[in-house]
Design a protein around this ligand. Structure first.
Ligand code: ADP
Length: 212
Protein backbone atom coordinates (compact mmCIF):
# COMPACT_ATOMS: atom_id res chain seq x y z
CA UNK A 1 0.00 0.00 0.00
CA UNK A 2 1.28 3.46 -0.84
CA UNK A 3 0.75 5.95 1.95
CA UNK A 4 0.58 9.54 0.77
CA UNK A 5 1.49 12.20 3.30
CA UNK A 6 -0.18 15.49 2.44
CA UNK A 7 1.28 18.83 3.44
CA UNK A 8 -0.65 21.28 5.59
CA UNK A 9 -1.85 23.32 2.59
CA UNK A 10 -3.14 20.20 0.88
CA UNK A 11 -4.95 19.24 4.06
CA UNK A 12 -6.54 22.69 4.20
CA UNK A 13 -7.67 22.34 0.59
CA UNK A 14 -9.24 18.98 1.35
CA UNK A 15 -11.09 20.47 4.31
CA UNK A 16 -12.35 23.40 2.23
CA UNK A 17 -13.61 21.09 -0.50
CA UNK A 18 -15.26 18.79 2.03
CA UNK A 19 -17.17 21.71 3.52
CA UNK A 20 -17.98 23.61 0.34
CA UNK A 21 -18.20 21.13 -2.55
CA UNK A 22 -18.56 21.74 -5.39
CA UNK A 23 -16.08 24.58 -5.24
CA UNK A 24 -14.00 26.20 -7.98
CA UNK A 25 -10.24 26.56 -7.76
CA UNK A 26 -10.72 30.34 -7.78
CA UNK A 27 -12.89 30.16 -4.73
CA UNK A 28 -10.44 27.83 -2.95
CA UNK A 29 -7.62 30.25 -3.76
CA UNK A 30 -9.65 33.16 -2.37
CA UNK A 31 -10.35 31.32 0.87
CA UNK A 32 -6.64 30.56 1.27
CA UNK A 33 -5.53 34.01 0.22
CA UNK A 34 -3.39 32.54 -2.56
CA UNK A 35 -3.33 32.71 -6.33
CA UNK A 36 -4.79 29.93 -8.47
CA UNK A 37 -1.32 29.35 -9.94
CA UNK A 38 0.13 28.62 -6.51
CA UNK A 39 -2.59 26.09 -5.82
CA UNK A 40 -2.30 24.29 -9.15
CA UNK A 41 0.36 21.71 -8.10
CA UNK A 42 -1.55 20.91 -4.90
CA UNK A 43 -4.82 20.44 -6.74
CA UNK A 44 -3.04 18.25 -9.30
CA UNK A 45 -1.67 15.98 -6.56
CA UNK A 46 -5.04 15.78 -4.83
CA UNK A 47 -6.91 14.88 -8.01
CA UNK A 48 -4.26 12.43 -9.19
CA UNK A 49 -4.32 10.62 -5.87
CA UNK A 50 -8.09 10.33 -6.07
CA UNK A 51 -8.89 12.49 -3.07
CA UNK A 52 -10.59 15.21 -5.11
CA UNK A 53 -12.43 15.04 -8.37
CA UNK A 54 -12.48 17.99 -10.76
CA UNK A 55 -15.62 18.41 -12.87
CA UNK A 56 -15.29 20.97 -15.67
CA UNK A 57 -17.34 24.12 -15.11
CA UNK A 58 -18.62 22.82 -11.79
CA UNK A 59 -15.60 22.59 -9.53
CA UNK A 60 -13.92 20.21 -7.13
CA UNK A 61 -15.63 17.40 -5.23
CA UNK A 62 -14.35 15.37 -2.37
CA UNK A 63 -14.39 11.74 -3.38
CA UNK A 64 -14.07 10.24 0.05
CA UNK A 65 -10.84 8.37 -0.53
CA UNK A 66 -9.27 10.46 2.16
CA UNK A 67 -10.73 8.14 4.73
CA UNK A 68 -7.71 5.82 4.69
CA UNK A 69 -5.22 8.64 4.82
CA UNK A 70 -7.10 10.41 7.59
CA UNK A 71 -7.41 7.17 9.47
CA UNK A 72 -3.65 6.54 9.36
CA UNK A 73 -3.02 10.08 10.49
CA UNK A 74 -5.42 9.67 13.40
CA UNK A 75 -3.96 6.33 14.50
CA UNK A 76 -0.52 7.90 14.67
CA UNK A 77 -1.83 10.70 16.85
CA UNK A 78 -3.36 8.56 19.60
CA UNK A 79 -1.04 8.41 22.59
CA UNK A 80 -0.91 5.76 25.28
CA UNK A 81 -2.15 8.24 27.93
CA UNK A 82 -5.40 8.74 25.99
CA UNK A 83 -6.50 5.13 26.13
CA UNK A 84 -4.92 3.77 29.29
CA UNK A 85 -6.93 1.63 31.66
CA UNK A 86 -6.71 1.26 35.41
CA UNK A 87 -3.76 -0.92 36.44
CA UNK A 88 -4.06 -3.73 38.94
CA UNK A 89 -1.12 -3.28 41.28
CA UNK A 90 -0.02 -5.42 44.23
CA UNK A 91 2.90 -5.27 46.64
CA UNK A 92 5.78 -7.75 46.20
CA UNK A 93 4.93 -9.32 49.55
CA UNK A 94 1.42 -10.42 48.46
CA UNK A 95 1.10 -14.20 48.40
CA UNK A 96 0.72 -16.02 45.09
CA UNK A 97 -2.69 -17.26 46.33
CA UNK A 98 -3.99 -13.74 47.04
CA UNK A 99 -2.66 -12.47 43.74
CA UNK A 100 -4.46 -15.25 41.83
CA UNK A 101 -7.69 -14.30 43.62
CA UNK A 102 -7.12 -10.64 42.65
CA UNK A 103 -6.51 -11.67 39.05
CA UNK A 104 -9.90 -13.40 38.95
CA UNK A 105 -11.78 -10.68 40.80
CA UNK A 106 -10.33 -7.85 38.73
CA UNK A 107 -10.53 -9.85 35.52
CA UNK A 108 -7.03 -9.06 34.30
CA UNK A 109 -4.26 -11.23 32.90
CA UNK A 110 -1.36 -9.24 34.28
CA UNK A 111 -0.65 -7.72 37.67
CA UNK A 112 1.99 -5.04 38.14
CA UNK A 113 4.12 -5.48 41.22
CA UNK A 114 5.45 -2.66 43.39
CA UNK A 115 7.64 -2.16 46.41
CA UNK A 116 7.65 1.14 48.34
CA UNK A 117 5.27 2.46 45.69
CA UNK A 118 7.54 1.84 42.71
CA UNK A 119 7.41 -0.78 39.96
CA UNK A 120 9.55 -3.84 40.63
CA UNK A 121 7.96 -6.48 38.41
CA UNK A 122 5.08 -8.12 36.58
CA UNK A 123 3.20 -11.39 37.16
CA UNK A 124 0.98 -12.95 34.55
CA UNK A 125 -1.15 -16.07 34.11
CA UNK A 126 1.79 -18.16 32.91
CA UNK A 127 3.89 -17.25 35.95
CA UNK A 128 1.04 -18.46 38.20
CA UNK A 129 0.58 -21.66 36.18
CA UNK A 130 4.29 -22.42 36.38
CA UNK A 131 4.23 -21.91 40.14
CA UNK A 132 1.11 -24.00 40.61
CA UNK A 133 2.37 -27.04 38.70
CA UNK A 134 5.40 -27.17 41.00
CA UNK A 135 5.29 -28.11 44.63
CA UNK A 136 5.08 -24.55 45.83
CA UNK A 137 2.93 -23.54 48.77
CA UNK A 138 1.13 -20.67 47.07
CA UNK A 139 -0.07 -19.32 50.41
CA UNK A 140 3.48 -18.82 51.59
CA UNK A 141 5.37 -17.73 48.49
CA UNK A 142 5.18 -13.99 47.76
CA UNK A 143 4.73 -12.81 44.17
CA UNK A 144 8.10 -11.03 44.44
CA UNK A 145 9.71 -14.47 44.10
CA UNK A 146 7.94 -15.58 40.92
CA UNK A 147 7.55 -12.29 39.03
CA UNK A 148 9.49 -11.05 36.03
CA UNK A 149 11.74 -8.37 37.49
CA UNK A 150 12.96 -4.93 36.69
CA UNK A 151 15.01 -3.98 34.68
CA UNK A 152 13.44 -6.56 32.33
CA UNK A 153 10.00 -4.94 32.38
CA UNK A 154 8.83 -3.39 29.16
CA UNK A 155 7.05 -0.13 29.93
CA UNK A 156 5.40 2.74 28.08
CA UNK A 157 5.24 6.46 28.81
CA UNK A 158 1.95 8.38 28.54
CA UNK A 159 3.15 10.47 25.60
CA UNK A 160 4.25 7.51 23.49
CA UNK A 161 2.00 6.68 20.56
CA UNK A 162 -0.24 3.65 20.70
CA UNK A 163 1.54 2.37 17.59
CA UNK A 164 4.86 2.41 19.48
CA UNK A 165 3.27 0.58 22.42
CA UNK A 166 1.72 -2.00 20.08
CA UNK A 167 5.15 -2.58 18.51
CA UNK A 168 6.65 -3.24 21.95
CA UNK A 169 3.82 -5.66 22.82
CA UNK A 170 4.42 -7.64 19.63
CA UNK A 171 8.22 -7.51 19.75
CA UNK A 172 8.43 -8.68 23.37
CA UNK A 173 5.49 -11.09 23.13
CA UNK A 174 3.64 -9.77 26.18
CA UNK A 175 -0.03 -8.98 26.74
CA UNK A 176 0.28 -5.61 28.40
CA UNK A 177 2.62 -2.81 29.44
CA UNK A 178 2.60 -0.71 32.58
CA UNK A 179 2.31 2.99 31.77
CA UNK A 180 4.84 4.71 33.94
CA UNK A 181 6.26 8.01 35.14
CA UNK A 182 10.00 8.28 35.78
CA UNK A 183 11.07 9.62 39.18
CA UNK A 184 14.48 9.99 40.80
CA UNK A 185 14.73 8.53 44.31
CA UNK A 186 18.15 9.01 45.93
CA UNK A 187 19.55 9.49 42.43
CA UNK A 188 18.12 6.14 41.39
CA UNK A 189 15.66 5.94 38.50
CA UNK A 190 12.28 4.61 39.73
CA UNK A 191 8.92 4.19 38.00
CA UNK A 192 5.45 5.03 39.33
CA UNK A 193 2.67 2.98 37.69
CA UNK A 194 0.05 5.29 36.16
CA UNK A 195 -1.95 2.86 34.07
CA UNK A 196 -1.98 -0.11 31.79
CA UNK A 197 -2.13 -0.64 28.06
CA UNK A 198 -3.04 -4.07 26.82
CA UNK A 199 -3.88 -5.93 23.64
CA UNK A 200 -7.53 -5.31 24.56
CA UNK A 201 -7.15 -1.48 24.56
CA UNK A 202 -5.50 -1.67 21.19
CA UNK A 203 -8.15 -4.01 19.77
CA UNK A 204 -10.83 -1.55 20.95
CA UNK A 205 -9.21 1.23 18.92
CA UNK A 206 -9.13 -1.08 15.93
CA UNK A 207 -12.90 -1.60 16.24
CA UNK A 208 -13.55 2.13 16.71
CA UNK A 209 -11.60 2.94 13.60
CA UNK A 210 -13.42 0.29 11.61
CA UNK A 211 -16.56 2.08 12.83
CA UNK A 212 -18.59 -1.01 13.59
P1 ADP B 1 0.31 -14.67 29.86
O1 ADP B 1 1.12 -15.28 30.98
O2 ADP B 1 -1.11 -14.44 30.27
O3 ADP B 1 0.48 -15.38 28.55
P2 ADP B 1 2.16 -12.58 28.96
O4 ADP B 1 2.33 -13.21 27.62
O5 ADP B 1 2.00 -11.11 29.04
O6 ADP B 1 0.89 -13.17 29.70
O7 ADP B 1 3.38 -12.98 29.89
C1 ADP B 1 4.39 -13.86 29.51
C2 ADP B 1 5.63 -13.62 30.38
O8 ADP B 1 6.10 -12.29 30.18
C3 ADP B 1 5.41 -13.78 31.88
O9 ADP B 1 6.52 -14.42 32.45
C4 ADP B 1 5.30 -12.33 32.40
O10 ADP B 1 5.82 -12.18 33.71
C5 ADP B 1 6.16 -11.57 31.41
N1 ADP B 1 5.64 -10.22 31.15
C6 ADP B 1 4.36 -9.82 31.01
N2 ADP B 1 4.27 -8.49 30.76
C7 ADP B 1 5.54 -8.03 30.72
C8 ADP B 1 6.13 -6.75 30.50
N3 ADP B 1 5.41 -5.66 30.25
N4 ADP B 1 7.49 -6.65 30.53
C9 ADP B 1 8.25 -7.75 30.76
N5 ADP B 1 7.76 -8.98 30.98
C10 ADP B 1 6.43 -9.14 30.97
Amino acid sequence: MIIIEFNSRQRKIIEIVQNNEPITSEHIAQLLNLTRGTLRPDLAILTMSGILEARPKVGYFYTGKLKNEEMLHRINEIVVGDIKSVPVVLDEKTSVYDAIVTMFLDNVGTIFVISDGYLTGVVSRKDFLKTCIGNTDINKVPIGVIMTRMPNIITAFPDETVVEAAQKIIEHEVDSLPIVKRELVDEKECFKVLGRISKTNITKIFIEIADV
